[in-house]
Design a protein around this ligand. Structure first.
Ligand code: NAD
Length: 487
């Protein structure tokens, strides 16, 4: 199998130099070879997207919306086959790829497909004149994806971009080249013009060439803070528009009056879904002193019940980390936590057998880890680990926990568990985070804006808010009288 480019409506056959093997995280066996886009392919993709943009921008919103809605239907009809590709590429449980990844991609296409006909400017009644605005598209937008939610990230960017009349070139992560190609196929089968959604494979080298290309009007990245900073700095030289969805080290605060069972459910969701490889994860779990013992007791039992194993098994609840290198990085964090004096309550070991007794030593499996006795300054509590490692921090007062929760350069997400409605809102309003939950965690409906404060990002995805990041406003003044000139 070769992962090549999708340009102007079809897959390229060119086998380029500098290719690498894409490995299945569950067994480290090859899935295929990734061929990074050549300089000529980059030029061809930009030319083809510019051409598609010129025709697409003239379509009505309703016409564009129909293509997006049909694409959503096609994704749903291919749910099983795309979900298996995602699971093989990422190592996440099939149950997740089926329930979340492909479905949330389709949700975004339906949402923005439905909205496309309603994207409009405003009318202004003026003195003997009137004015209006037009929400015009930007041109060819570049989407760059991370490896944890490949098709969801591609669709969260493509759906609003295309609804607004733009074209998109999408570069998936070098570790997960498969499902962006499926999204491209679905767009074409739904009747999109060739070039409207092109896919170029490659790592940061291809990514940065694309970012610098004069034919790219806007960049939307989902990735780490260091990559976001590089892209933002590079974009400044051409004053390109940039949306950044970056990393986090988010707090989940559990007050003593919370429903403990629900709070534990949320802490598990906030740390162990997709092997803990989720940007918005609540990895700093602050638990009020009085309920610590009861909270830990239930958390430990339920964590040890998580079924780690073959991601394609429908009963599996936690799969394999994306790569050997990433597994080793997470293991280094676990060692650092132990060395700093935190107590490993459970997990944090390489798994040898899965929950059905199968040998899984060849894959990148790790048992879900809980650290207690943590302190804010420990590396495990300050750095984004991006793996199944939950850190428990104890607190006494509301004022104290708000100050400690905000003491980070990140600001992607935050959660609060309490049965006091006033405290829930009061605390959330003081947390420096863009995406917040009261009495739940990591729920991201398409209707709500998603994005970060501080170094976790710029701009928003999903919801009506996304439209402003894929359009530019043109103001038009129309005179109904004579020109009043002093000359
Ligand atoms: P990464 O920053 O290493 O890579 C992200 C993408 O950027 C990849 O496609 C990569 O090839 C590309 N890239 C790297 N250097 C580049 C450059 N100089 N110019 C252009 N492109 C470049 O991140 P990752 O390891 O793939 O993903 C994990 C990170 O993504 C974590 O920090 C996680 O929190 C974050 N993330 C954020 C969100 C969100 O919505 N906020 C969602 C998922 C993941």
């Amino acid at each position: 199998m070769a992962y090549t480019q999708f340009i102007d409506g079809s897959i390229t056959s060119g086998h380029n130099s500098g290719s690498w093997v894409n490995l299945n995280p569950a067994n480290n066996e090859p899935l295929g070879e990734v061929h990074p886009a050549s300089g000529e392919e980059i030029e061809a993709a930009v030319r083809s997207s510019e051409k598609a943009f010129q025709s697409w921008r003239t379509k009505t919103g309703a016409e564009r919306g129909r293509v997006l809605t049909r694409t959503a239907q096609i994704l749903r009809s291919r749910l099983g086959e795309i979900a298996i590709l995602e699971t093989q590429d990422v190592g996440k449980p099939l149950a997740e790829s089926l329930a979340v990844d492909v479905s949330s991609a389709a949700d975004a296409l339906e949402y923005f497909g439905g909205m496309a006909a309603g994207i409009h400017g405003e009318f202004f009644d003026l003195k003997n004149a009137f004015g209006y605005t037009r929400a015009e598209p930007l041109g060819v937008c570049l989407g760059i994806g991370a490896w944890n939610y490949p098709i969801q990230i591609a669709a969260w960017k493509a759906a609003p971009a295309l609804a607004c009349g733009n074209a998109m070139i999408f570069k998936p992560s070098e570790l997960t080249p498969a499902t962006a190609l499926e999204l491209a196929r679905a767009f074409m089968d739904a009747g999109a013009p060739p070039g409207l959604f092109n896919v170029l494979q490659g790592d940061g080298v291809v990514g940065s060439k694309l970012c610098e290309h004069a034919g790219i009007a806007k960049i939307s990245l989902t990735g780490s803070v260091p990559t976001g900073k590089k892209i933002f700095a590079g974009a400044a030289s051409q004053l390109k528009r940039v949306t950044l969805e970056l990393g986090g080290k988010s707090p989940l605060i559990v007050f003593e009056d919370a429903d403990i069972h629900n709070a534990v459910s949320a802490a598990l969701l906030a740390n162990f879904y997709t092997q803990g490889e989720v940007c918005s994860n609540g990895t700093r779990v602050f638990v009020q002193h009085k309920i610590m013992d009861a909270f830990l007791k239930e958390l430990k039992v339920r964590t040890e019940r998580i079924k780690v194993g073959d991601p394609t098994d429908p009963d599996t609840q936690m799969g394999a980390l994306i790569s050997k290198a990433h597994l080793e990085k997470v293991l280094r964090f676990i060692e650092s936590g132990k060395a700093a004096g935190a107590k490993l309550l459970t997990g944090g070991l390489r798994s040898e057998k899965d929950f059905k007794g199968r040998d899984i030593r060849a894959g990148n499996f790790l048992t879900p880890a809980i650290f207690t006795d943590c302190e804010d300054a420990m590396e495990i509590c300050s750095d984004e680990i991006f793996g199944p490692v939950l850190s428990i921090l104890s607190f006494d007062t509301e004022e104290e926990v708000i100050r400690r929760a905000n003491n980070t350069d990140f600001g992607l997400a935050a959660g609060v568990f309490t049965n006091d409605i006033r405290r829930g809102h009061r605390v959330i309003h003081q947390l420096q985070a863009g995406t917040c939950w009261i009495n739940n965690y990591n729920i991201t409906p398409i209707e709500l804006p998603f994005g970060g404060y501080k170094q976790s990002g710029l701009g928003r995805e999903n919801s009506l808010a996304a439209i402003q990041y894929y359009t530019q406003l043109k103001s038009v003044y129309v005179e109904l009288g004579d020109v009043d000139s002093p000359y």
